[in-house]
Design a protein around this ligand. Structure first.
Ligand code: BES
Ligand code: MN
Ligand code: MN
Length: 467
């Protein structure tokens, strides 16, 4: 009988072709014009789960407070028992997301975002690594195990794939809170993070939380001629700029009163481990960031600044005139999209309340502001002191031939907090992205060698969990 690893090796080409078909579906969760595409991606995933022999495959509809949500895809296979005493083997809850970020700006892509293209051992497409490619690794590992096991798996598996991760994950959070019993498992396996460096197997042990907000500024009743009324009418863009300028100082410190009160410092051990990582700041500045200088709080390393310190960023300011050339108008309203990343022990609701009160207190004259919360997620740290983390490091050691490094990630995966809190299970964040994979940016890619190594690592993880 062929082993699962051998099966995966023999089917590499097909696995990549299937992933390409999924990547051709523009499942942009934030865009109303793509609702049908998002559903098509869900159905694509469900069909494959069925084909490889998973059971109870279904789409679970979600509704959020704001709109009809995108469906969850669920499947399981729960027949693995120990020989001898017949007791159930551990259950792994696999998680991934099939939705993607918008692809804009389109003219910066070397090949179109939804026409997956291979170049230099990389697969370029929106969602290649975040997270369709990494989620597909889970399916392909399960398929390989299923074939090798003659229709059985070495451990019990539930899999849940969401379509709203990139818009805050409200639907899955509600499902986990209301139907946690349907996801009963011993450990969650998430592949939606990156490796610290190429060839360096990595487990992520912490993620930042976030609050994503909009500030809407209203001035005049309607747009006005800027010559006739400039000097008397308030300008909402100028007002928003003034507000934004007072949110963060030039040294990168956030100026919201009380914002840092609950920030928990990483442990001395963790800081020591981060210092020991080989990291070339100049290479990072030049190749990953591409700016003339790095910014942020003085006295903290890049790792501390991106993993363990809160930050505040502005993503866009819709409104006014953005066409070619000039238009002399004082817009009646303007919006700023502002988010903050939170770190352990900060609380999203409390942080939002502080921010809202502060913004309202600095509202410029003549302006009416509305501060809205779009979505939020808790910061998390996961424990490394369990047999599943050991199984993961052993699996990756067999594949990469190197010791695993433990790092945190600066990004957020909102549902991981609920896995820890609601399901009370450890989470293994075993991701295979690379630092230069361009997540959320033009020319997103997945290094195909890592796609295949990821599949093999997951196969070996399952075998390790099963013993
Ligand atoms: N996969 C990322 C999160 C991530 C990236 C974690 C890199 C660690 C390293 C995820 O898809 C993501 O982008 N999440 C959003 C969440 C938000 C929209 C609630 C994020 O971090 O912006
Ligand atoms: Mn992701
Ligand atoms: Mn993402």
């Amino acid at each position: 009988m062929m082993t699962a690893v051998a099966f995966a090796q023999e089917n590499k080409g097909r696995f990549v072709e299937e992933l390409k078909a999924l990547l051709r579906i523009p499942s942009v969760s934030t865009a109303p014009e793509h609702v049908a595409d998002v559903r098509r991606a869900a159905e694509f995933v469900a069909a494959e789960l069925k084909r490889i022999g998973m059971e109870n495959v279904r789409l679970i509809e979600t509704t959020t407070t704001k709109r009809n949500g995108h469906p969850l895809v669920y499947a399981d296979w729960l027949h693995a028992t120990r020989e001898g005493d017949g007791k159930a083997k551990p259950t792994v809850l696999c998680y991934g997301h099939y939705d993607v970020q918008p692809a804009e700006p389109l003219d910066e892509w070397k090949s179109p975002p939804f026409e997956p293209t291979e170049r230099n051992g990389n697969l370029y497409a929106r969602g290649a690594v975040d997270d369709k490619g990494q989620m597909w690794m889970h399916l392909k590992a399960l398929e390989s195990l299923m074939v090798a096991g003659g229709g059985t798996l070495p451990a019990n598996v539930r899999i849940i794939v969401e379509g709203e991760e990139e818009v805050g994950g409200e639907g899955i959070a509600t499902f986990v809170r209301e139907h946690g019993d349907q996801l009963k498992a011993d450990v969650a396996l998430v592949s939606d993070t990156e490796m610290f460096a190429p060839e360096m197997p990595t487990l992520c042990v912490g993620l930042r939380g976030m609050i994503y907000t909009e500030i809407e500024a209203h001035g005049a009743r309607t747009d006005l001629h800027s010559g006739m009324y400039g000097g008397a009418a308030p300008n909402p863009f100028v007002a928003l700029s003034q507000v934004i300028a007072r949110l963060k100082d030039e040294g990168g410190k956030i100026l919201i009163p009380g914002f840092y009160d609950k920030v928990q410092k990483p442990s001395a051990d963790e800081l020591k481990a981060w210092k020991a990582l080989s990291f070339d700041e100049e290479h990072y500045r030049e190749n990953e960031i591409g700016s003339v200088e790095l910014t942020g709080e003085a006295g903290f390393s890049v790792q501390e600044r991106t993993w363990a310190r809160p930050t505040l960023d502005v993503h866009g300011m819709p409104g006014g005139f953005v066409g070619v050339g000039a238009k002399t108008v004082i817009p009646a309203k303007a919006v700023a999209k502002v988010s903050m990343r939170l770190v352990p022990n900060m609380n999203p609701a409390e942080s939002f309340a502080m921010y809202k009160a502060y913004v309202e207190s600095i509202t410029p004259k003549g302006i009416v502001l509305e501060v809205r919360l779009i979505h939020s997620g808790d910061p998390i740290v996961v424990s490394t002191d369990n047999s599943y983390v050991k199984a993961a490091t052993e699996a990756m050691h067999e594949v990469f031939g190197r010791e695993t490094v433990f790092v945190r990630g600066g990004g957020s995966i909102p549902i991981v907090g609920d896995f820890v809190r609601e399901l009370k299970i450890p989470t293994v964040l075993m991701g295979f992205g690379l630092p230069d994979d361009n997540l959320h940016a033009p020319n997103e890619k997945f290094h195909l060698a890592n796609f295949h190594r990821g599949i093999e690592s997951i196969i070996r993880f399952f075998s390790g969990v099963a013993v």
